[in-house]
Design a protein around this ligand. Sequence first.
Ligand code: SF4
Ligand code: SF4
Length: 207
Amino acid sequence: MRRIVSTHYHPGVTVDAALDRIVAAWDHVRERFGAYSLVLPGTPSFICQPNLCTAHCCNAFSVNLGEAEAARMTRETGMALVQFLELEDGDPITLPLAQPFLLAREGGHCRFLGPELGCTVYTGRPNACRLYPHFVVFVDDATGKVTTPPPGDARRALDALLAGQPLSPVPLLLGHAECPGFTGDPLPGASWRTLLEVTYQLQYEGL
Ligand code: SF4
Ligand code: SF4
C-alpha cells in the first residue's frame, strides 16, 4: 500500500531519447513478467484505492522485512519485535534470506490492516509496502536477460537513464497488474523520473 508524492527530479531533462531503449529492453523480458506492465511517462499514474480492491495487497501478500526495517518499525510504533513479527515458539521466525523476518498476519491478512482498510503502522511499514505496486528490474540489452548489477553499476545505469543517456543494463520501472490503482492522469515525465528514483532507492539501497 503506497502513497505517491510527486516531486521533481532533474527538471528540464527528458528521457525521450531513452524511451526506445527502454521499450526494446522490455520486449526482451515481458513474457517472463506477465504479472507486470511497463510504467512509462504518459501511462496512467497510480492512486492507491483500497476500497476498490478491499486492500488486495495487504490481504494477498506475506511481507518480508530486514533488520533495519524491523528497527524502524519498533522506532515508529513503539512495538517490540514479538508484537509485529510472525513467531515460532515465542521467537521471530528467521528465514535464510537478506530480509529474514515475516510481518505478522491474522485473519487472512496483515495484522496491521485497519477496519477502514488503512495501514495502522503507516510510518513504520516495511519497504515492500512502500514499494508496492512498483518494482525495478535491470535488463542487459546486449543479452536480453534480466541481471542484478553490483550496486555501483546499478546506480550508474540509473543515473545515466535519468539523464537521458542510457547505458546497459537498462532499468525498467514496472507496475503489478493485480493492483487496480493505475487509473490516474498520464504520469508526467518529471514524476516518472522521481518514481523510478524512489523505487530504486527503496529496492536497492534500503531505507
Ligand atoms: S492493491 Fe493497489 S490499490 Fe489496492 S490497496 Fe494495494 S496498492 Fe492500493
Ligand atoms: S504494514 Fe500496512 S501497508 Fe503493509 S501489508 Fe500491513 S497493512 Fe498493508
